[in-house]
Design a protein around this ligand. Sequence first.
Ligand code: ADP
Length: 471
Amino acid sequence: MRSRIASFYAILLVCVIAVVAIVLTVQLRSILLDEARAKIDRVGTDIGQVVRGNSLGAIGDPLTIQAELTATGSLDHWSSPTSFVEIDAPNGYPEGKSTNMGGATFEPTTASRSQAVQYRIEQRPSLGAVLVRDEFVQSSGVALIVKVGESLAIYDQTLQRIRVLLAIVVVLAVAFVIAGSFAVASSALEPIARLGAAMGEIRSDRLSRRLGWSERGDELGTLAQSFDAMLDRLEDGFARERQFISDASHELKTPLTVINANAQMLERWADRNPEVRAESLRAIREESASLAVMVNGMLLLAKAESGDDDIPREPLALDGVVADAVRGALPRAEEKHLALTFSPAERNGAGGPLVRGDAHLLRQLFTNLIDNAIKFTEAGAVSVAVSVDAGIAFVTVVDTGTGIDDESLGRIFDRFYRGDASRNRAIAGTGLGLAIVRSIARVHAGSVTVARCPAGGSAFTVTLPTFTSPS
Ligand code: ADP
């Protein structure tokens, strides 16, 4: 990780410096060439004026001017250690040059061309690279090619020196960046390594440990806080699992003990006492049936609690799902001579609410509520209604039964909780029905609440978010 960060920055820096170096060199070269060009322009123009007789007013005669200019040493007036001057005949023959050119001459050019002034870079054996300006100058009776050259050696040297300087800067910068990135990456990654080690030490049996980096105000502090929050949730989840297993074992123990005791009775008395045999068989059948109901309830609860991702999200007409549950409960209501009524939200042709979810789970939710209402009502009615308000569907199950005492009111949704009245009166149940109702409501982004009816009985209200069909 460290070397990757360091090499990334080193490569980035080299690229940046390379781009800067290229731009700088190109710019500098053009500035230096402009400067050399301005210099030879000045000299060239000056000689041109002389040829045209403007500066040598006294001499005046063109032929005399030509002779003067081409005489040995006379062009030295315009030359300098880096500037060279040469005068050629129109056919390209060199007629005179500054003495600093020694035996060298510029490349021959002739006067037959479209432009009077031309520039080019020439590579001359003893002069090196030279920027040459040649101008065809014609004045009454005189025709000359005036060539002025500026040695580019000094400019090339300057560029070369800048290139060397840039290379040194690149090497130093890369070394500095690699060392710096290593140092910064090390100090930045060190807390991550510590975080990793701390995370590695946390196992399922040590979930109470926390990183406690809340004082760190940076991203790692936030990460550690999220990790601690995740541990809180995990610890809570594990605690709930443990509680569930202990509650479930406790609840399963009672029917198992009864089955075991009755099996022993059968072993001992079955041959001799037919009454005991019949009673024991009945007890075993009832307890195993209630065991099956409880195990089913636990499986359903596990499914409902497994989370939002696992359940299907089909579009469902809520009226239809509730009507199914009501229809299924009708025989049990009739058995107890209770009126079971259903009032759907869809009336006078107006469409009922649509919800997204698992039809089987939602039907189970309403069945549990309606079954409880029937179970805890001896006389009167159970009424079920669906309504909608501001995008929320409400399903109410109201009964005229025993009602729920204050103590139970806050606990009836807990797993395995059964009110005293139901235990004492030996009303069948597992204490899982309402826990299942709450879990199913939650995974459908809904809720369930209970209230005591002033006239006696209880009212359960389930809320579910609705959606509008695109069609
Ligand atoms: P179970 O019905 O199997 O006992 P539930 O979780 O369905 O378990 O209900 C928990 C407790 O809540 C019941 O034992 C009962 O005391 C109380 N309860 C539930 N529904 C009603 C109701 N409609 N009227 C009165 N009490 C109820």
